[in-house]
Design a protein around this ligand. Structure first.
Ligand code: NAD
Length: 422
């Protein structure tokens, strides 16, 4: 997890200037093209979709993101718990009738029996099914992209880590927000020591649009996002808090190792906690806070982070994702724009369009898909995928989030801090 360079004793202002200047003069203009992997292999990734059907919230977003780079053909689907919806969803994608499956078990059996079976699947079901489905495909040697949170329990998430390691197949969690170029830039600024020693970390995913703020009068109209069925009463931490947790661990390169939590139910008729304030300790000595909410009235998406070091701080908000702010004491703030020549190779690689032409959410999500498909194509070519998948959220990252959620519930119940064993 920790991937940071030693902090030199150069003056912070000079260190910052050197960061941008070095990247300006060493910018690599010819990056590996993922489409060349397709032409070298002579075909695209054969891809299957589990969940994410016409009856889902997030399935349509996945379709936009996964088609962006043209690296995969959708050849199989078990796209709903309802067989009729599964069939209709797969038919809309022109999936061959013989590969429109009524269940993920049928898809696994059908595809592993074919010469031209799927190379990879995405799991877009509610969380309580993620672990079982992912592990079954990994054990068959099929690469898996899985929606967050990885599982409902830390015991299952640890099993996913073990099975993924043993299988040798690729496992990635779709924490799509780490696909933003400016989030990758923030990680590089921290890694190279521009902020100095990291001291304070603030993450929030506090939503408050009408869809999450209130409970319907008729409880049969309630989405599982607001029921304890998927992962208990702390589902707000799985649904929104997991993104904020993942993003601050990604940017800082530190794990959360202790949590004190206050979990609250604010909305009338609600069965789950809908607000969570967590106080955190990080593995390299930073302290911080994580705010997850469905009741931050008036907030739209509400995902943002700030990271403070001895020499300055970084600020990013998902609703203005093109800009990362670097603030240093006593100096004018620096607004870093996506795509500038002075930004890092990692963020340049995630940038598709010239600066000033906003990219946004789908492109960030597409970066996760592009890195994942590139990894799968390289493996099919018999080559190392390590570089291609370097930025992707792993099974261990997913486990870290589930451990935090379980520790937060324990802390709330005990009214005391709880250590998280790494
Ligand atoms: N990355 C993001 O930004 C983001 C955003 C929203 C949701 N999510 C995650 O995506 C997942 C799905 O969320 P959603 O809101 O779309 O849920 P949803 O309930 O609206 O849709 C779930 C889909 O899975 C299908 N399904 C359920 N059980 C299944 C099974 N056993 N086999 C096959 N299909 C099954 C349903 O029929 C439906 O098509 C969740 O893990 C959620 O946390 C991620």
């Amino acid at each position: 997890m920790v991937d940071r360079l030693p902090i030199d004793d150069e003056a912070p202002t000079l260190r910052t200037a050197r960061y941008f200047f070095t990247r300006l003069i060493s910018r690599k203009r010819h990056r590996m093209s993922s489409t060349s992997l397709v032409s070298r292999l002579g075909r695209r990734v054969r891809f299957g979709i589990i969940g994410g059907g016409l009856d889902s919230v997030i399935g349509g977003t996945h379709l936009l993101a996964l088609r962006t780079d043209g690296l995969a053909d959708i050849v199989a689907g078990a796209m709903s718990i309802d067989p009729a919806v599964a069939d209709a969803s797969a038919a809309e994608l022109l999936i061959d009738p013989s590969r429109r499956y009524a269940s993920w078990q049928d898809l696994l059996a059908g595809e592993t029996a074919r010469e031209d079976g799927v190379d990879a699947v995405v799991v877009i079901t509610p969380p309580q099914f993620h672990g079982e489905i992912s592990m079954a495909f990994l054990q068959a040697g099929i690469n898996v992209l899985c929606e967050k949170p990885t599982t409902s329990t830390a015991a299952d998430a640890a099993e996913v880590v073990r099975v993924a390691d043993e299988s040798g197949a690729l496992f990635t969690v779709t924490h799509c927000y780490t696909g933003y170029p400016m989030v990758r830039e923030a990680k590089e600024l921290v890694r190279t020591g521009v902020l100095g020693r990291i001291t304070l970390v603030e993450g929030r995913h506090a939503a408050g649009d009408p869809g999450v703020l209130r409970e319907p009068e008729d409880s049969s109209k309630r989405h599982w996002h607001f029921k304890p069925s998927s992962m208990g009463k702390a589902v707000v931490l799985g649904e929104v808090g997991s993104h904020a947790h993942n993003i601050v661990e990604y940017v800082t390169g530190q794990r959360v190792i202790e949590v004190t939590a206050q979990l609250t139910t604010i909305a009338k008729r609600r069965e789950i906690y809908d607000n969570a304030y967590l106080t955190l300790s990080f593995s390299d000595g930073a302290v911080g806070r994580l705010w997850s909410s469905f009741v931050a009235a008036g907030n739209e998406h509400g995902l943002a982070f700030a990271v403070y070091g001895d020499d300055g701080s970084l600020h990013w908000d998902q609703e203005s994702p093109e800009y990362l702010w670097l603030r240093r004491p006593g100096e004018a703030a620096i607004r870093i724009s996506r795509g500038l020549d002075s930004t890092s190779e990692a963020s340049q690689a995630a940038t598709r369009i010239r600066p000033g032409h906003p990219e946004g959410y789908i492109m960030a999500f597409a970066n996760i898909y592009r890195d994942f498909f590139s990894g799968v194509l390289l493996r099919l070519l018999g080559e190392s995928s390590d570089e291609a998948v370097r930025e992707l959220p792993t099974a261990r990252d997913g486990l870290s989030t589930i451990r935090l959620i379980e520790a937060a519930v324990e802390s709330h119940d005990r009214r005391s801090p709880v250590e998280i064993v790494l």
